[in-house]
Design a protein around this ligand. Structure first.
Ligand code: SF4
Length: 229
């Protein structure tokens, strides 16, 4: 049974949640400094869930650790319940809830075999695979529509060093860790990176090349997925 309490109370209260997993994506935050640096920090995984919590019903996002994902191996279609805390002022998280625990898988979805076409919905890789592969910017509409269920899709909290060591700005951006040859990929508009007293630098994609320089166009092959179709 889910009980509802008022919002102010919930901000400092552990909540209960329950629902069906719609997507499992890596959980990361990105540090940007002009065009000199774009560093992706990998924290764990985000579970995108449709269900209800003590303070809402519908879709919500629960942040979990790498260890929790390794242990339980959450997958799309699992019906799960647990507890978590509202993400209040958590600048490096985009989830609605974090510090999750008390998991119980109520109904286990069938294991999926990764299709050789996007979106890739098979088993979620280990977190260090994401760090090794690196990310490219992904159009935000692609992320929310065609790519949402893909294991390589990501929405990150972004910290912009606006006045070095003094002022930081925050926003959210979407990325893709998937094959460079994915036919579904679209970068979207170049992204401005603001710095005090300067015209904004534009991230037009060459930082993607740097971030993914360790892999080539055929980078789906090591996964044994066969030819991309
Ligand atoms: S563009 Fe990236 S996130 Fe989207 S389906 Fe292809 S690999 Fe997955």
């Amino acid at each position: 049974m889910i009980y509802r309490t008022n919002r102010t109370e919930l901000e400092s209260t552990r909540i209960r949640w329950q629902g069906t997993i719609q997507s499992v994506q890596c959980r990361a935050w990105v540090w940007r400094y002009k065009l000199d640096n774009r560093t992706h920090h990998h924290l764990g995984f985000n579970l995108w869930v449709k269900g209800e919590t003590d303070d809402r019903s519908g879709k919500f996002c629960v942040a979990i650790s790498d260890k929790q994902q390794q242990k339980i191996e959450f997958r799309i279609g699992d019906e799960v319940k647990g507890t978590a805390w509202p993400c209040i002022n958590a600048k490096h998280d985009i989830a609605d809830y974090y510090r999750a625990g008390g998991f119980k898988v109520l109904n286990r979805a069938e294991e999926r075999i990764s299709p050789n076409r996007p979106p890739f919905t098979g088993p979620v890789p280990a977190l260090d695979i994401y760090s090794d592969r690196g990310a490219r910017m992904l159009d935000s509409k692609r992320w929310s529509k065609k790519c949402f269920t893909c294991i390589w899709a990501n929405k990150s909290a972004v910290e912009i060093e606006y006045d070095f060591g003094k002022v930081k700005r925050y926003r959210r951006e979407t990325f893709c860790y998937g094959p460079k040859s994915c036919p579904q990929y679209e970068m979207g508009e170049p992204r401005p990176v603001h710095y005090i007293g300067m015209f904004p630098c534009m991230d037009e994609g060459w930082m993607d090349d740097l971030c993914t320089s360790g892999r080539g166009e055929d980078d789906w092959e090591p996964w044994g997925w066969g030819k991309l179709s």
